[in-house]
Design a protein around this ligand. Sequence first.
Ligand code: GLU
Length: 304
Amino acid sequence: MDYQRILAEINSEISPSQFNGKVAAYIPELANVPADQFGMHICCLQGGNYAIGAQTTPFSIQSISKVFSLTLALLYEGTALWERVDVEPSGDPFNSLVQLEYENGIPRNPLINAGALVISDILVSHLKDPKKDYLAFIRKIAGNPDIDFNLKVAASEKKWGYRNSALINLMKSFGNIKNDIEEVLDFYFHKCSIEMSCQALAQTFLLYANRGCLLDSHEKILSPTQTKRINAIMQTCGFYDEAGEFSFRVGLPGKSGVGGGIAAIHPGKYSVVVWSPKLNPKGNSSMGMAALELLTTKSGLSIF
Ligand code: GLU
């Protein structure tokens, strides 16, 4: 498959200025990011990296980080994890409070904010130094010691984090948060503030395309079953209340973030990351979705 040719075609057929949408302004620090940017990077399991645009520019990975925290929590907690968070698509916005009240403080899935807050609580219970240990885990699976938090973004989210505070307080009232709320929120905001480029993120997502093994060292991080679970949750829950639309148009498991990034995988074949900061009304990168739709259409390859 000539991925570089496909990427060049995508680059010539669409551009950020054609897309409507706004950068996420509810986190003021993210509103400063220039909107008309685009980068894309594909890492193939059989070797080969293909890229276009601003693929080495670091951006705020935001909710894409929820995949890594789910991974680490699954390693510590095993199947007991599913007693505290469900695996159903929410059909609601990522920061919705509505279902939580009906469903007794059990979030619909680990990739919406409520679910990721429970996962953060689980990690705070297990990790000695949560921020440091979490970063070390990401650096390890990324094979990249330079990955770091953006402390300005973390502070900006903390200052304006009223909804996340509401979610965690509600869950605490149902007994589904065990640790101090402020500590869990601080950890959660730092996780969301991690910056990575398309290139670094695609490299990291190879883990999920490669049945849970690191490509270079062959170290097994997740079992094939755990990898299957995470990929299934990405497929059904990775795009807020637009997971159906993403499956319909793109047909790959993946996860988006309000920083404008989308990471996706084709199991056994490749990982791909696209970044373009303008978001559609559901919070997904408008151009990112279009670029990935073109990739799977032009290559004729999706998991379906
Ligand atoms: N840090 C963001 C929040 O909690 C993450 C949102 C996202 O990327 O979905 O609102």
